[in-house]
Design a protein around this ligand. Structure first.
Ligand SMILES: [Zn+2]
Length: 452
């Protein structure tokens, strides 16, 4: 008997957490934070549905907080075994988890909310990480083993093929959108009895995906002509680095007007070192050309602003200029300060390149709000707003299906759709049914299980 239970990312996109039980072992794949609307974030306070002290092994797909954010909770509650991940995932997770704890401590001091875990739990968690290469099967117990495949979503991201209790189970992790400027395209693990797949963009197609350079050029030309400010809210891990890589390449080809570019995100700046350390994970074309050198993120007009003082000084810098800052959904971080300063100016260009969850400042601006509240102050929206899906880090509907179709499954093989809002999961289910009529597909609710 092999049983798979869904304790997160079930009926929504955050909090990924799956338990796989055989007669002798209990494995966990991902232990992420619930993020977004209050009702969802409150799930973080619930006790784990299983006893972490009885878990034998943990495998992590990638370093985004919604996949790793509760690992220290697992450890705090008694998990003492290994946490397997690629080396790049371990290095990025270290940065991301430390940053998350810092933010949680600030919030706790401000609002008096209890912390989910403390520094001692985090340090212990980091010590339990063990690096695993792609494609190298790692024996777990008896005949059980697992293998990681490149998911092309962020640096080091993986899909997991877990062979447990005589059954093969694939966990997609988050599947990338391709081609990526930096990363290799996602790989499909070869075969499975059960596939647990994400469907963040189920039923949706990314439009204009191949015009990243055009999008960037249009924004920079406009900013130069209007002597303005280009604001780009970007996720700190992967999106910011991809943008820099693209800008570097375009500047070298003399395609862009010269102006200073500020990377104003301590997390993104720290992550640059991990990206430089793991160039072997880039797309082959990137590794081969001259930009594959170690100065990938170091070019004349780029300024890094790690400290708050550096960040404040950006306001004094003459126009035109570019500011790349987190958070990607404008829900916090330094971008909010820049929006407060520049959103009301008609010479500002706001380039929105990522998903904006309902309820965030980003979604209000995207929805055409004439004014927004920032830090208790009403700010008129007079900036030029542009949206580009070209930078999405998630496979769209067609790509999800292309990834799935390469996996060999027995007739009646099981498919569980997770990491998706309910309407998108339903759309993806219908789409898969039309291509694989024999598949046995479910959209599990939180706490649901399947047995094979
Ligand atoms: Zn992710």
């Amino acid at each position: 008997m092999t049983k798979v239970s869904f304790f997160g990312a079930a009926g929504e996109v955050t909090g990924s957490n799956f338990l796989i039980e055989t007669d002798t072992d209990k494995y966990i794949v991902d232990c992420g934070l619930f993020q977004g609307r209050d009702t969802i974030s409150e799930l973080n306070d619930d006790p784990l549905a299983y006893n972490p002290a009885q878990v034998t092994h943990v495998i992590v797909t990638h370093a985004h907080l919604d996949h790793i954010g509760r690992l220290p909770v697992l450890v705090r509650n008694g998990y003492r075994g290994p946490i397997f991940a690629t080396e790049a995932t371990i290095e990025l997770s270290t940065i991301v988890l430390k940053d998350a704890l810092g933010l949680a401590e600030e919030r706790s001091q401000r609002e008096g909310a209890p912390l989910l875990y403390e520094e001692v739990d985090l340090n212990r968690t980091l010590q339990q990480f063990q690096p695993i290469d792609y494609h190298k099967a790692r024996r777990l117990n008896g005949t059980d083993q697992f293998t990681l495949y490149d998911a092309g979503h962020i640096l080091g991201s993986a899909s997991v093929l877990l062979e447990a209790g005589g059954k093969k189970i694939i966990f997609s992790g988050d599947i990338g959108h391709w081609p990526s400027p930096l990363l290799a395209s996602p790989e499909s693990p070869p075969a499975a009895d059960i596939v647990v797949t994400e469907a963040t963009y189920g039923g949706e197609e990314h439009v204009g995906s191949d015009n990243r350079e055009e999008v960037v050029k249009k924004a920079l030309d406009w900013t130069s002509q209007n002597n303005g400010v280009l604001l780009i809210p970007a996720f700190s891990i992967e999106r910011s680095q991809e943008l820099l890589f693209l800008l570097h390449e375009m500047f070298e080809k003399h395609q862009l007007p010269k102006m200073p570019i500020f990377l104003d995100s301590p997390l993104a700046i720290e992550a640059l070192a991990v990206f430089e350390h793991h160039m072997e994970l880039y797309r082959r074309e990137v590794v081969k050309n001259e930009h594959g050198g170690h100065d990938l993120f170091d070019f004349g007009s780029l300024a890094l602003t790690p400290t708050v003082e550096d960040s404040k000084d950006i306001n004094e810098a003459p126009h035109p200029k570019v500011i790349i800052a987190g958070s990607g959904m404008m829900a916090g971080g330094r971008i909010v300060h820049h929006l407060k300063h520049y959103l009301s100016r008609p010479d500002t260009y706001l380039l929105i390149i990522g998903f904006q969850a309902p309820g965030t400042l980003g979604s209000a601006i995207l929805g055409g709000a004439k004014s927004v509240h920032i830090h208790g102050q009403e700010v008129a929206v007079r900036a030029k707003i542009e949206v580009a899906e070209a930078f999405s880090g998630h496979a769209d509907n067609t790509e999800l299906m292309q990834w799935l179709r390469k996996i060999e499954m027995p007739s009646g093989g099981r498919l569980a759709i997770v990491h998706s809002e309910p309407d998108r999961a339903e759309k993806y289910l219908s789409f898969v049914k039309s291509h694989l009529p024999n598949a046995n597909i479910i959209i599990p609710k939180i706490g649901a299980s399947i047995e094979v």
